[in-house]
Design a protein around this ligand. Structure first.
Ligand SMILES: [Zn+2]
Length: 512
């Protein structure tokens, strides 16, 4: 028997129109059947949901995060991507299956509480996580009630080998400590990824498994081609960190004589199922390649600032036809999982790229990226908007909150004012997962206790490795600092040349 509910009395955001007219929404079996004027007819048995004094908007889509990092929020205040990549496995490694589940669940609960109903989660790669652990982490999203693409981060080249000249620049003793070689891992990684895809038990409309060759310079061509085969065999999606940092794009030029995007395009990876995370250091040719093949970029403006990656040219991406999503990135690199803040960061940072205000992102453009753009990027075509045929994933913001006093321009207020404090209810498939500001499936005090215990366990398990990380840190960061001072074909720092030491050893990057 079908179940109906009718949502009455609320105001429905019309982002493009910058309005929020009163609308009623009829939901049948978790899907939106009709959106109509107040007083919309409904079957007599329909459950009535009172949305008066609320603004409704589609559940937000977080196009890039890492569920593996929720327990590391606020860990360090000044570190860049290379410092993070070097330190993260040593500082936060050795996690038990239980802690991996907790990490993922905690991130999912935070997103739910903050109005996000879909996450693209680049999670623990294989073999760091087993198939059973991946399935359990998928269950964490089911338990928290939000949708996710979970894409294990794959690599077969170590961080140290992914930066030309880095290992050679280190003193002999540190060279020995740094080399965690993943040689010959390619076949094993692909085998395990294929095994997990074949075994995936979750409903793919809720939690599907994607594939994430993590950073192209950390992946052999064989691994990337194999990943692409798996994506096509299992009809799923792929994401990779592309052009996140200047070090990455300089390394790509050195390895391949071309940009990261050009290289993976020639390997055949780019298509509508493919998305770039960050894309800070993409040039016009890169963006055109992505646009021509129907690919997407997750614009993670907050993380890009937090890690000093630079300011991505989101306006140029839109001009050239790239589909844009908005991401928070993981808690290790940008702490909270708040899509409202990620939207605000995307809008505001677009304003400091150039003085012509007509080129800044508008609030409706940012909202589109965080909803329909994200739906397309994640391959979840059944969400992202509140219209007939879509699933009823709806956020209810109370208007009895300073953020909405008064209601001026609802689109501007969603992007420039809302900070998730007005989120009262969140619905997925027509059922509340957050009600009156509470995540219904969670006991927050118990969750806090588990998180504290996990923090202590992680710290004690990784103590020895942390000592190594600290010794490597200065040598590696000074090498990367020098690299970042070299010229590149596009400029993404707010101030350049930078105030670092003169570039020395390493390699000569050729400006295009
Ligand atoms: Zn990331």
């Amino acid at each position: 028997m079908s179940s109906f509910s009718i949502i009455r009395g609320g105001r429905l955001l019309d982002a493009a129109g910058r309005t929020a007219p009163f609308k009623d929404i009829l939901v049948k079996d978790g899907a939106i059947l009709e959106v109509g004027e107040p007083g919309l007819a409904a079957p007599p048995e329909a459950e009535v949901v009172d949305a008066s004094r609320h603004l409704m908007h589609p559940g937000l889509v977080n196009s890039h995060t890492h569920g593996s990092g929720a327990l590391t929020r606020g860990y360090l205040d000044r570190w860049n991507l290379e410092m993070l990549l070097m330190a993260a496995p040593r500082r936060f490694g050795n996690q038990s299956a239980e802690i991996k589940y907790l990490n993922t669940y905690l991130g999912a609960v935070e997103m739910a509480l903050k109005g996000c109903t879909v996450a693209y989660d680049l999670t623990f790669g294989v073999p760091v996580a087993t198939t059973e652990e991946l399935i359990a982490m998928g269950q964490a999203y089911r338990d928290a009630g939000i949708r996710a693409v979970m894409a294990p981060m794959l690599s077969d080249i170590s961080f140290y080998r992914a930066i030309p000249g880095l290992v050679e620049s280190l003193p002999a003793e540190l060279q020995r400590l740094s080399v965690i070689d993943a040689a010959d891992a390619t076949d094993e990684v692909l085998r395990l990824m294929g095994e997990a895809l074949a075994a995936w038990p979750h409903d793919r409309d809720h939690v599907k498994l994607g594939v994430a060759p993590t950073i192209p310079t950390h992946c052999s061509d064989a691994l990337m081609r194999g990943s692409d085969r798996l994506v096509r065999d299992y009809d799923t999606v792929m994401q990779s960190h592309v052009g996140e940092s200047k070090v990455q794009v300089l390394a790509a030029k050195e390895f391949w004589g071309k940009s990261m995007v050009a290289h993976i395009d020639e390997l055949g990876l780019i298509g509508p199922h493919f998305s770039v995370a960050h894309g800070v250091w993409l040039d016009d040719d890169d963006m055109r390649r992505l646009a021509d093949r129907g690919a997407s970029v997750s614009h993670n403006a907050g993380s890009n600032m937090r890690l000093g990656a630079g300011i991505a040219d989101s306006r140029r991406m839109l001009e050239l036809g790239v589909n844009l999503g908005i991401g928070t990135d993981g808690a290790t690199s940008s702490d909270n999982q708040n899509m409202y803040e990620a939207m605000r960061a995307a809008q505001q940072v677009s304003c400091v790229r150039q003085p012509d205000h007509r080129l800044w992102l508008s609030a409706p453009e940012v909202i589109a990226a965080a909803t329909t753009g994200g739906a397309r990027l994640t391959g979840f075509g059944h969400v992202g908007s509140i219209e007939p045929g879509k699933r009823a994933d709806i956020v209810f913001l109370t208007l009895d909150h300073p953020n909405w006093m008064p209601v001026n321009d609802p689109s501007n207020q969603l992007v420039l004012v809302e900070d998730a404090t007005a989120v009262r209810h969140v619905m997925v498939d027509g059922r509340f997962i957050v009600r009156d500001g509470r995540h219904l499936a969670s006991d927050m005090a118990a969750l806090a206790g588990k998180a504290e215990a996990a923090r202590e366990t992680i710290a004690s398990l990784n103590q020895a490795d942390m000592a190594v990380a600290e010794r490597l840190e200065e040598a590696v960061t000074s090498f990367c600092r020098s690299l970042s001072a070299k010229p590149y074909s596009v400029e993404r720092y707010a101030a350049f040349p930078c105030r670092c030491e003169t570039p020395e050893a390493g390699f000569a990057a050729t400006p295009a």
